[in-house]
Write a protein that binds this ligand. Sequence first.
Ligand SMILES: NC(=O)c1ccc[n+]([C@@H]2O[C@H](COP(=O)([O-])OP(=O)(O)OC[C@H]3O[C@@H](n4cnc5c(N)ncnc54)[C@H](OP(=O)(O)O)[C@@H]3O)[C@@H](O)[C@H]2O)c1
Length: 285
Amino acid sequence: MQVLNGKEVSQATLEKVRENTRRFESQYGRKPGLAVILVGVDPASEVYVRNKVKTCEETGFKSFHHAMAHDHTPKKLEDLVAKLNNDKNVDGILLQLPLPKGYDKDYYTNLIAPKKDVDGLGFESQGRLWAGKPNAIPCTPKGVMRILDYYKIACEGKSAVVIGRSEIVGKPMAQLLMNANATVTICHSKTPDINVYTKDADIVVVAAGKARFFGKENFKKDSVVIDVGMHRQEIDGKTKLCGDVRYEELDGHLAAATPVPGGVGPMTIAMLMENTLELARLHQK
Ligand SMILES: NC(=O)c1ccc[n+]([C@@H]2O[C@H](COP(=O)([O-])OP(=O)(O)OC[C@H]3O[C@@H](n4cnc5c(N)ncnc54)[C@H](OP(=O)(O)O)[C@@H]3O)[C@@H](O)[C@H]2O)c1
């Protein structure tokens, strides 16, 4: 089985983004800027945000990190987004999800100006993707497509299944696979027998958010499986990362698969950087 090494693909992508960022800066006399907003205290989100800020700086971007206490007034978050929308040094705005309890994700996500919606989550961005005219493609599904492209796994004419229909992963993933000329089926928690679809698929993207739930018995021989799932599990007193798929079962059965860690995860952050640069170029037009 071929290991689809997302770390390798992300490093190649980031190298290119760094090079293009240098070119952008010498052309326009400024760095692309990414603002990341974290509301409340969530240890996993704090790690993600730290990594994003670090990668921003390594890529040659300006990074604006806004950590807000969970007990601030909702108006304060509205004011911050409005301020960032009007800040010429900020090209992309990322509101780290999940938001604390009581926050309406859709409301706050849609406050972000569509041309700064770096993860493509607002309603206008979703519609634009559907219409084939995105400002920014959601980072995680874009990263999956980049892995397939890097390893020359063609989608055209293939049968693809996406497990999961969230706005952030499943729906845009299905759209991108369809754009790449795959015939796409979306499965979700109400799909009665998922194997009817997955065992017939050439490519399966798993984004159900169920730790180690899927295994060899769910996939067709010689198919390709991309595991988007990301979970922290305590094993022998140590915290380890795992996906939705029992990766160790797949060798000898599949043609190719992504591991966790080292698969889709690093791609999400690389795509965030690429999207920020693309939005910066859009703002120079
Ligand atoms: N690697 C990364 O960078 C990255 C980025 C984003 C997310 N993730 C990970 O990806 C996973 C999914 O994230 P998400 O935000 O899309 O999760 P989500 O919003 O919880 O959505 C999960 C989706 O999976 C479906 N589902 C749940 N159990 C199922 C089952 N047994 N069979 C089939 N479908 C099932 C749900 O169906 P219903 O719609 O019917 O409820 C839902 O559509 C999580 O583990 C998350 O941590 C990773």
